[in-house]
Every structure is written in C-alpha cells, then in structure tokens.
Design a binder for this molecule. Sequence first.
Ligand code: HPA
Length: 317
Amino acid sequence: DTLAAPNAYVRASETADYVRSKLPEVLQKPKVAIVCGSGLGGLVDTIDAEPKVELAYSTIPNFPRSTVQGHAGNFVFGTIGPQKTPVALLVGRAHFYEGHTIDLVTFATRVCRLLGVETMIVTNAAGGLNENYEVGDIVCLNDHLNLAGLVGIHPLRGPNIDEFGVRFPPLSDAYDLDLRRRTHEAWKKLGLDQQKRKLHEGVYAFVGGPSYETRAECRMLRSLGADVVGMSTVPEIIVARHAGVRVLAFSLVTNKAVLDAGSRGNDEAIQTMSKSELEEHLNKGKANHQEVLDAGREAAKDMQALVKQILSDLHEG
Ligand code: HPA
C-alpha cells in the first residue's frame, strides 16, 4: 500500500545519488532546471557543447518513462551562458494522462531539488483561451487553476514529506515576481517586442486530458479566468514550490481553443447550413497534436533565446 512503500524522499534520494554518480563534478549541482514541453526540446541547444551528459529516462532508477510522440525522454546536464551556470534539462515529461500516478509526474522535480536546483523554468504547449492570444504567442504564467487538484488529484496528497516542505504550502506567490520582471526585460533586450509574436502574462488551467476540451469546456475555463489550458506543469510547480524552488513558467500558444458554440446554441445553423458548410465551420480551430508540434517548432527559437537571456541576466545579479 502507498503508505508502506518507500516515500518519495527515499526514492528521489536514491535517484539523485545515481544521477550524481554519472556526472563530472562540474555538473553535479545544477542551479537551474528547465522542463521542455511538447516540441520545445530544442531548448537543449542553448547549453554548451561541453561538458554535457545525457541520461535516457529509461536508464534512470525510479524514473517514469515518457510515452508521447515528440517527447524524447532525456535528462540532460550541461552549462549555459557566460557564467557557465550548471543546469539540468528535462527533455520530455511524464503526464498524468499517460497513466502515471500524480506522484510519478512530479518525481523528476523532486530529484532536481535534491541535486541542488534553486530555480525551475517550466515550459509547455497550451491552448489559447484568451481572445487576444494568437498561435505562436508566449505566455509567462502568473497564476494557475489546478482543476484536478481542487478535487483531490494533488501531488502533495498523502503524509507530508517534511524533508521537502510544509503540510500546507501557500501558492499565492507561486510564480516568482522577480523572474517574471526579468522575463519582460529580456524580451525587450532581445528586440522580440519588435516582432509579431507577443509575450503575455496569464493564468494556466490544468486539465487531466488526453482529449482536448469541448467548446463548452473552453467557455467554462475562460469564464473561470483561465487564459491558457494544458495538461501539465501545475503538479510540477506545486511540488517545486513545496520544496522552496523558485518557479518561472511559459506556455507556448500552439492552438486557439474554440470558444464559439458551433452548431450548438445556434438553432438556425443546423437547419440552414449544408452538411459541408457545417463541417467546415466545426473543423475551424479544432485542436490536433500535429498543429501543436508545428507551432512549437517555429516559436521554439524565440523561447530558447528568451530562456538563455534570462539565465545570463540572472547570474549577473
Ligand atoms: N488543450 C489542452 N492541452 C493542450 C492544448 C489544448 O488546446 N494545446 C496544447 N496542449
């Protein structure tokens, strides 16, 4: 039973020891962890070519295996920026919808903490709910709606692990203000404010997936105050905050969630439009995994530049 099994502290310590044993001394204490979302694995190109160590998730004890197309599944260690800051990248993440327990979804975050990580930058692909967002825009998260968590699917459920943090951690300041401020500065410094891709601040709604949301669900999430919706990130952020890790999170808007009611709520359309007109109307904006990956590829370069700039500035003071 879950209460008798070795707790996440014991398991994460074992994994951290293993990982450390595979790393040269300069990489053993990563300061920053970067979680690469769908199609954002290119973030690994921001680290120095040497020294670099890649560990496949499948070789790491206790690690969940990623099963989604487009998620490679590598724990990568290297240095980045002028200060050669040691970093750890999680290329590919475990999602709840894959069938992993919520505990396993956040396991890597805990391993990062035990390795010494102080700051975590989490990226994801998300559907845009805010009408002002376009595909390819980047959203710096300033809050979240943990829909699964509010009904008990929560990574901190169970006996509290005191080695990591307190029983009832606050989350009102989860998204680090200083890091967000630095993000906007870095965006301008890179001249990215001069192009059409926008940087927003917004609220992320975490849903279990794997089906994309219905139109009615999109309207519900929007009316609850969400700007983007996705199937990851929030559990990791909660576990990171529980353990005192500073958090910065970005969503890449890979599709616009459909808010209009389509044929529902429109009695006339269903009676007067031809079948093909109706189908075309309904297919508009329909989310699909390929679209999500394509948008990721194009915007990934800006996201990479942004993350690199933030990290360089961070260690200048
Ligand atoms: N909904 C949920 N998750 C997503 C979406 C979406 O529209 N796009 C990318 N990830």
